[in-house]
Design a protein around this ligand. Structure first.
Ligand code: SIN
Length: 489
């Protein structure tokens, strides 16, 4: 059966870029693979630098009108888009599982999560307002307004092919900006289906454009065009730094959601069973391929053995497999190179003296797709590779530490500062540890930090700016101050 035939609405299967409200095929045919089966599920043309320029021109033209559309009208259009996404949730989830591999259950969750950013931003569109203030001059008044930044160029990742798009473009459109979006080459289908639904919702041509093609050709056009006023990106810190350098010439605003190295701290007084459940939820969600996944599980010495036992039972029970099989807990990694990368980290851990409690090997030969065994490692050193770099795979690694001061030092000993987690029942510790952690988001007795209403983003080399909540919308607006002087009133 063809991919389109698997959908209730076949027209959501789009394989061309979306520029100024039209489908543009581009040159060549880059294959998109299902990582679970290696099957080619689509071939996508490359619009090249000219296509990127056309999309930017369309977004720039559309901006002149879109910024003047009343926020109430923008809100209605976004709400319509939200409604269409929920009506087509099962097709959108099917596309996510097909192109990215995560379980259908996770994909369904992602569609609802993604839609929630549109709903939140639609509501927020009506609440973008300024303030009045007293300037220090006689007979004067001052006030601020928020003005949309302009055309925004965004580059989004493959791990959340739907939600990382809506988390950027919904607040951007709500604020009055227009967008040119380049999805990850591994997962263009979700982005293009979202574009189809945006068109059906009545979002005007040119307001939301999706371009597919080679990053080396498209990226510099997106960062270099004078019409583009802001760059949004979710992905690796290395690419984030490159985009920041490219954006510097035009002094463009950047919103960067980059890599993490999340510590998951379990203190002696924690509820061990709840902490073990939390590690599974944080570490094995999307097979460990999220930037907020627990990367280093730091167990206080008094509780470490009990935590390892609780985790061994849970991790060895996890079942990897095809995302459409209802008994599957974990889908594949995005591709075979990802499997090789994770395996190299595990081999390095073994060589550094760590013990593989369970798992520790690729399952490519057994399961066919790019699978890696759910893995638990203990006794590793904080200087081994997987403690220093993002694992981005289903490998949980436990480190022991004694005092609160040692734990904080270890947790902060990284250039990253995205998410951290701490499990404790002592409220004094909650304050001490959360205040001591240099991270943008901290889950206390909670393994998941993202939501439409809360700020998502990192400190240090994990990024700049926040997505979600009122902060997500503010990123896409310029604050303008007006001083009115010489009043006679
Ligand atoms: C990410 O990994 O980039 C996003 C994770 C989330 O929103 O929870």
């Amino acid at each position: 059966m063809s991919i389109a035939d698997r959908l209730k609405d076949k027209t959501l299967y789009r394989t061309a870029s979306f520029i100024d409200g039209a489908w543009v095929t581009g040159e060549g045919a880059r294959p998109v693979h299902n990582p679970s089966t290696n099957e080619v599920i689509a071939e996508i043309g490359d619009v090249g630098a000219d296509g990127a320029r056309a999309a930017i021109a369309a977004a720039s033209k559309a901006f002149a009108d879109w910024k003047r559309v009343s926020p109430f009208e923008r809100s209605k259009l976004l709400m319509k888009w939200h409604q269409l996404i929920l009506e087509n949730a099962s097709d959108l989830a099917m596309l996510i599982t097909l192109e990215m591999g995560k379980t259908f259950r996770e994909a369904q969750g992602e569609v609802v999560y993604g839609a929630s950013f549109i709903e939140w931003s639609a509501e927020e569109a009506k609440r973008i307002h300024g303030e009045t203030m007293h300037p220090p001059f006689p007979n004067s008044r001052g006030w601020t307004t928020h003005q949309p930044v302009g055309v925004v160029a965004c580059i989004t990742p493959w791990n959340f092919p739907n939600a990382m798009i809506t988390r950027k473009c919904a607040p951007a459109l709500a604020a009055g900006c227009t967008m040119v979006l380049k999805p990850a080459p591994e997962t263009p289908l979700s982005a293009l289906a979202l574009a189809e639904l945006a068109k059906r919702a009545g979002i005007p041509d040119g307001v939301f454009n999706v371009i597919c093609g080679d990053a080396q050709a498209l990226g510099p056009v997106m960062t270099g065009a004078p019409e583009v006023k802001m760059i949004g990106f979710t992905g690796s810190t290395a690419v984030g730094k490159l985009l920041m350098r490219q954006a510097a010439d035009g002094v463009k605003r950047v919103a960067l959601e980059l890599g993490g190295n999340a510590p998951f701290i379990v203190m002696d007084d924690a509820d061990v069973e709840a902490a073990a459940d939390g590690v599974i939820a944080s570490k094995f969600r999307v097979s460990g391929q999220t930037c907020v996944s627990a990367n280093r599980i730091i167990a206080q010495s008094g509780i470490a053995d009990r935590l390892i036992a609780a985790l061994e039972a849970r991790v060895s029970a996890l079942k990897p497999g095809d995302g459409f099989d209802a008994s599957t807990d974990l889908g594949p990694l995005i591709h075979h190179q990802a499997v090789d990368r994770v395996d190299a980290l595990v081999r390095n851990a073994r060589e550094s003296g760590a013990r593989i409690v369970t798992g520790g090997k690729p399952l490519v030969d057994t399961l066919g797709g790019s699978f890696y065994a759910p893995t638990l490692i203990e006794g590793g050193s904080p200087s081994m590779d997987m403690a220093c770099f993002e694992i981005f795979g289903p490998v949980a690694s436990i480190y022991r530490a004694d005092s609160e001061a040692d734990i904080l030092r270890l947790a902060n000993d990284t250039p990253y500062g995205l998410a951290a987690y701490v499990y404790t029942r002592d409220v004094n510790r909650v304050y001490r540890i959360t205040e001591g952690l240099d991270y943008g988001m901290i889950g206390v007795n909670a393994p998941m930090v993202g939501s439409a209403s809360t700020p998502f983003g990192g400190m240090k080399e994990s990024g700049i700016g926040r997505e979600g909540g009122k902060w997500g919308v503010e990123e896409f607006s310029e604050l303008k101050y007006v001083l009115l002087g010489n009043l006679t009133a």
